[in-house]
Design a binder for this molecule. Structure first.
Ligand SMILES: C[S@@+](CC[C@H](N)C(=O)[O-])C[C@H]1O[C@@H](n2cnc3c(N)ncnc32)[C@H](O)[C@@H]1O
Length: 442
């Protein structure tokens, strides 16, 4: 028998066009029944209103499929590694940030000590209890790199992807040393590789779970025929890959926009360098978590498409910080009291500077939001309300939307002039033909 090498499908567009049930089930599971995902006339799939929305109505709250906090944001904000809500206390948030920023800089020693006390909650700030945060739960694998808001979040993340990507003693990776090398490479080059690794890990872990369930069923039925042909495992892998399959994607090195400082004549060599970088990263990841049964996931083609999917889907992860609320509260106190309290809080606010309001920032893939197309005169926007303090994407109607209309968001700052908008949208690989662009071009 001739063995053919199996490849995973990369894009789910054909399935979506033929009325794939995946999005219907997803929408039903989120109870966002006011929307529908279906093919557009011109550019793949899109999201359509299945009811009328008034301005300000909630259109969708979308739970991320995979997400991560940017490595560079980890000093600024201590958040749950699963739901991205802020954890610890106002003291921990402020003290930790000032302490970590102060490390290695010949700053005021006395102030650094104060920051350390704050970080360890040995110093209490006035009114901080008005802003309670969930306690800090350690990673079950002992890595001391990821923390959680609850045991259930820690367990969920462990089962979802972290058990393979943990550098602690309990890690289920092939080699913690290899994993650390992969993480270091990502932090030195592009932390998008960490998100790609998460996407691959969650697919492997889902596959293993499905296989265990199937094995139990198989024992009951004593039916081994499909296993002999090896079809069952591949179809389980396909099933595990499905949520990522549905995302719009292109190869990273083909779709990445040419940076301003790279001349057009050097474009080919720039794209080759990006491909080489992805290859290096993938080799390091293979050394850390390769699973022979999931080999198709580790092809450069798939890796490049996963990264390209994150590039093209414009999905920032943003969670507002309670530290900003805290200082705003202090600022709103009656003058006499404020003066007294400021003596304690002002030095910390001064040390934080403008950074006091830095929110949790990252990248995530939201399965439904990522189906929304762009318009420079959108009828919806991604906007967090006061109660939206987690990593979910919140989409609100910014105009009345009629049932049957396509729901669009703006991928860029829509206040910009036509030429600037065009330049930014080039990163997404299309020229916008929305009514506003057409009118401004005429
Ligand atoms: C986040 S995805 C949106 C969903 C996508 N249409 C799909 O089929 O999955 C972004 C991609 O959709 C396409 N797209 C979105 N808005 C567009 C527009 N206004 N005109 C042309 N293409 C658009 C571009 O290819 C873009 O890179």
């Amino acid at each position: 028998m001739v063995k053919t090498r199996r490849r995973l499908m990369i894009d789910g567009e054909d399935e979506a066009a033929t009325g794939d049930e995946y999005f219907d089930e997803l929408i039903a599971s989120k109870q966002s029944d006011g929307i529908q995902v279906k093919p557009t006339n011109d550019y793949g799939k899109g999201v359509y209103a299945d009811m009328d929305f008034k301005e300000g109505d909630l259109v969708l709250k979308d739970q991320m499929l995979v997400g991560m906090q940017h490595s560079s944001n980890k000093i600024d904000c201590l958040v749950c590694g699963c739901c991205f809500s802020f954890i610890g206390s106002i003291e921990i948030q402020i003290g930790r940030k000032l302490y970590l920023q102060g490390l290695g800089s010949p700053k005021d020693v006395c102030f650094n000590e104060k920051s350390e006390l704050l970080m360890h909650e040995k110093l209490e700030l006035p009114y901080s209890k008005k802003f309670p945060l969930p306690g800090v739960i350690n990673c079950p694998g002992g890595c001391k790199e990821v923390y959680y808001c609850s045991k259930s979040c820690a367990q969920a993340d462990w089962e979802f992807s972290h058990s393979l990507l943990c550098t602690g003693e309990g890690s289920k990776s092939l080699s913690q040393k290899a994993l650390s090398k992969f993480i270091q490479h990502a932090n030195e080059t592009n932390d998008i590789f960490l998100l790609a690794a998460k996407a691959i890990s969650c697919t492997i872990l889902k596959y293993r779970k499905l296989k265990t369930t199937c094995d139990k069923e198989k024992d009951k039925k004593k039916n081994h025929i499909s296993d002999v042909l090896g079809n069952r495992n591949f179809s389980l892998l396909l099933k595990s890959w499905k949520p990522l399959l549905m995302g719009y994607k292109r190869r990273w090195w083909d779709c990445i926009a040419l940076p301003d400082d790279v001349d057009v004549s050097d474009e080919d060599s720039f794209r080759m360098q990006i491909k080489q970088l992805a290859f290096e990263s993938l080799e390091l990841l293979k050394a850390a978590i390769l699973d022979e049964e999931c080999l198709p996931l580790f092809s450069l083609e798939i890796y490049g498409h996963i990264i390209g999917m994150f590039e093209l889907n414009n999905l920032d992860l943003v969670v507002a910080t309670p530290v900003e609320d805290y200082f705003l509260y202090i600022d709103d106190l009656p003058e006499a009291e404020k003066k007294e309290i400021n003596e304690i809080t002002q030095p910390f606010l001064d040390a934080l500077g403008e950074d006091y309001s830095v929110c949790c920032q990252g990248t995530a893939f939201f399965p439904l939001q990522s189906c929304m197309n762009h318009s420079c005169c959108p009828n919806a926007k991604a906007f967090k309300r006061d109660e939206d303090r987690d990593g979910q994407a919140t989409i609100l109607a910014c105009k009345p939307i009629k049932r049957g209309e396509e729901i669009t968001i703006s991928y860029i700052d829509e206040e910009l002039e036509l030429e600037e908008r065009r330049a930014l949208l080039a990163d997404y690989g299309f020229i916008c033909k929305c009514p506003r662009c057409v009118e401004e071009e005429a």
